[in-house]
Design a binder for this molecule. Structure first.
Ligand code: KIV
Ligand code: ZN
Length: 524
């Protein structure tokens, strides 16, 4: 019998729902936190990418999480918007309030079902867990017809008890049953066996969508996900760049391209616009400050690079010799050399449209264009990636209390490095000159002199946006104050300027955080 899903209607047997949890499981991992504006930008990009379900956050976790789920529910059209909730009624009510404005909505509720989690974490008897399953799903159905229930640590759950829980969830009205490999422990055969058994044994299993959510602790998340789909699962939970708790979740781009590249082994359909994969991955890297490793499948810098003579020779004769998919099919461009110092504002605006930016506002456009002109003067070749880094940098900065104005540094092996920095602090331009152990240290000391604060520097990293010595540097700075940590990013052809921009970005985030928790403590 075909499944009739409240949000997806009559489901074609070969259709796989792509459930993205970048903004929930992904955002939960250390260093990957995003503010509301950043989450909204990511949500827009995920909607344009074509994800079916967008897990926007965990509304009970904090007022900021609640607000971001609410804002995404209000403004993002297309995907089903879901919020996560434990089994308690306050979690579910909060999730229900956060998703209320969405055109298409879902509540995702979960409880642990493995012996270890029930005993040590929940300190609950199995019968009490079963009751909680029924109560949580029943309550969630008051907010929406689309309710997903998850068995946390499902792959380490005794199969008989798992079947009883799934049966209880279906009876209470769950429309999607997710069985996660929470700790990334399962082998593909375990996944096949588990889903086959549950689907065969549980009454009503043919009326719900089964879902898989695999963590990558043993590097098996994508393999396990594909095994689940072959065992009849029709929803895949995954994240951009595979981010997520510990070693991360199954990577969306890898799963989607495995399905597309090997239809003989994976005859399934989905709605992902694969040419947007690279730019979505890059946007996430820009927002979080963490690039993927160069050899990362699909979106890594080397994923389509051919260095050895033998490979290059093969590629020149027939690209199929060493490429199983085209770089263009995932968004790499043959030549992304596009703009130069003679390009005007209108061409720049057109370029932004082509790169998938909507209206970024006149102020951000003017500032980004001015920086583009400076960049085009300094850099021989301006790539799309440079423009993306520059515009993302500008958009992130539109509401700053502290703004970068100018920097001069004196460095080298002879004298102590010095930096003279000009900052706009709440509308007033101030200058400071400081020394340091290196030019970056001197510049950071100048920031501290102009905007005194107690936050400590936890991390400073530098990467390159493109290749060559004239490439833009992309820096990440992590600051910590009273147990709260924030990450800032900055890009520029000058590494020290990029570092200062990243520091100021982090500082502005900290000011926003402080203002939220104690409105009186706005100034430094
Ligand atoms: O890994 C996990 O079990 C989860 C659930 C909350 C779905 O993230
Ligand atoms: Zn998870």
């Amino acid at each position: 019998m075909a499944i009739n899903h409240p949000n997806f209607g009559a489901m074609d047997e070969s259709r796989v729902i792509i459930f993205d949890t970048t903004l929930r499981d992904g955002e939960q991992s250390p260093g990957f936190s995003m503010n509301i504006d950043e989450k909204l930008r990511m949500a827009e990009a995920l909607a344009a990418l074509g994800v079916d379900v967008l897990e926007a956050g965990f509304p009970i976790a904090s007022p900021g999480d609640f607000e971001s789920v609410l804002r995404i529910a209000q403004s993002i059209k297309g995907p089903v918007i879901t919020g996560l909730a434990r089994s308690g009624s306050s979690d579910i009510i909060r999730a229900g309030e956060a998703i209320r404005p969405a055109e298409r909505k879902r509540i995702h509720t979960f409880i642990s079902t493995s012996p270890l989690h029930m005993k040590q974490k929940l300190r609950m008897e199995p019968e009490a867990v079963l009751e909680a399953v029924t109560a949580s799903v029943t309550l969630a159905r008051n907010f929406t017809d689309d309710v997903e229930w998850s068995a946390e640590d499902g792959t380490r759950t005794e199969i008989d008890f798992l079947c009883r829980c799934v049966e209880a969830a279906i009876k209470a009205g769950a429309t999607t049953i997710n069985i996660p490999d929470t700790v990334g422990y399962a082998m593909p055969e375990d996944i096949t066996r588990m889903f086959t058994t549950v689907r065969e044994r549980v009454p009503g299993a043919d009326q719900v969508i089964f879902s898989t959510h695999c963590h990558n602790d043993l590097g098996l998340a994508v393999a396990n996900t594909l095994a689940a789909v072959r065992a009849g699962v029709r929803q895949i939970e995954c994240t951009i760049n595979g981010i997520g708790e510990r070693a991360g979740n199954a990577s969306l781009e890898e799963i989607v391209m495995a399905i597309r590249t090997r239809p003989d082994a994976n005859p399934y359909k989905n709605n992902i616009e694969t040419t947007r994969l690279l730019r979505t991955s890059k946007l996430l890297a820009t927002i979080t400050g963490f690039d993927v490793q160069p050899n990362k499948a699909i979106v890594g810098r080397n994923a389509f690079a051919h260095e050895s003579g033998i490979h290059q020779d093969g590629m020149l004769k027939d690209a199929g010799t060493y490429e199983i998919m085209t770089p263009e099919s995932v968004g790499w461009q043959k030549t992304s050399l596009v703009m130069g110092k003679h390009s005007g504002r209108a061409a720049f605006r057109d370029k932004l449209n082509a790169l998938g930016y909507g209206d970024i506002g006149d102020n951000a456009l003017n500032d980004a264009f001015a920086r583009f002109k400076v960049l085009a003067d300094r850099k021989k070749i301006v790539y799309d990636e440079d423009i993306v880094a520059l515009v993302d940098d500008e958009v992130v900065r539109s509401h700053e209390v502290v703004k970068f104005v100018a920097l001069e540094v004196w460095a080298g092996s002879k004298s102590k490095p010095r930096a003279r920095l000009e900052l706009d602090v709440e509308g007033e331009v101030k200058t400071a000159e400081e020394q340091g152990d290196g030019p970056v240290d001197a510049a950071f000391n100048a920031i501290r002199a102009l905007f005194p604060h107690t936050a400590s520097l936890q991390l400073f990293s530098v990467g390159a946006v493109t290749e060559g010595t004239d490439a833009q540097a992309r820096c990440t700075v992590r600051l910590e104050e009273e147990g709260k940590s924030v990450d800032g990013q900055g890009a520029d052809t000058d590494t020290i300027v990029a570092a200062v921009r990243a520091y100021i970005h982090a500082l502005n985030k900290l000011v926003t955080k402080r203002a939220r928790s104690a409105p009186a403590a706005l100034s430094a």
